[in-house]
Design a protein around this ligand. Sequence first.
Ligand SMILES: *Cc1c(COP(=O)(O)O)cnc(C)c1O
Length: 391
Amino acid sequence: MKDDTKIVTAGRDPESNHGIVNPPVYHASTVLHPTLADWDASRETRARGERGIFYGRWGTPTTFALEDAVSAIEGGHRCMLYSSGLGAIAGALLAFLKAGDHVLMTDSVYGPARAFCNNVLSRYGVTTTFYDPLLGADVAELLRPETRIVYTEAPGSQTFEMQDIPAIAEVAHRHGAVVMMDNTWASPLYFKPFEHGVDVSIQAGTKYIVGHSDVMIGTATATREAWPQLEETSRQLGQAAGPDDVYLAQRGLRTLGVRLERHWQTGLKLAEWMLAQAEVECVMHPALPDDPGHALWQRDFLGASGLFGVTLTPRPREAVAALIDSLSLFGLGASWGGFESLVLASSPNTMRDARPWPYEGPTLRFHAGLEDPDDLIEDLEHGFAQLRKAS
Ligand SMILES: *Cc1c(COP(=O)(O)O)cnc(C)c1O
């Protein structure tokens, strides 16, 4: 079955739900068992690692529908839901670590994941080394006997470096380490992590899966081998996602294919427009032919989403404010992946250990929404005029 068919069918079973197209939203904590024997049997089912309906935190048909859909599309064995994308990152990391372990984490990682390593894992005796995202198989030189996880994110969601995931995974596996990836940029549709050696793939479902800027949710999908360990600790951490949020995420997923195609096209159009502006020093978008990550993107990815970055030639903060504040179609705010366009001023230079940020000028991140691209470009033309005036 092709992906566009899978996103419509996976995790849905109208026949077992009165013919109703979408899965029911179960609000549940207590699940009543008719007899003590039934209660005992359900405990045994859970002990065998099998799915069942025992108690709200362990999932309901609502939860299972989204889990099954995400794991079917991403291509993993099973999927665990979390209350946010960062919750999924923290849960997945904790599931595989113990005191004394070492994590290799890409220097281009999502900022709060960096903070989790530096501020939380460090308190539990886990050390983290941030590695140059452009290292492929050469991460081998940074592996230590106690390295347990090699964590990747491609492209980085602030600075858009591509990573050679298969090369990194091969080296990590030879060493006995687990390979994790934050696959939010590409979504489950445009990068297939399990075909490229990833063991645990994380999605901030908040972004493209939900697609409407109204829900926080995270997913971690694992291979058959990695699944038991991921599940056990995540359950013990008390991770669960709310039923209405789970429902909205599965609802968003059904239209992911058509939405992403439009985000991709519009994002590329905006990125190409940016290339022609004298004030723009660099456009960071792996689908652009001159991007340093283009060959990897072409080799491994099936498409691009609508998120990309630009650096401007050096200029004062007030000039950047003049640009951002004059935009009317690009909202200023965290997150991305919704139907609307966004802009954010980022500071990659403050979040680097392994690979110093080479640009002095301001960095901006754009999310191309589903508006008409010509309207977006007109808005940008107006904004850049204000930037010029204020520079
Ligand atoms: C937003 C984001 C996250 C975190 O997701 P939340 O749902 O906001 O916690 C993780 N990784 C990437 C790449 C993100 O953009």
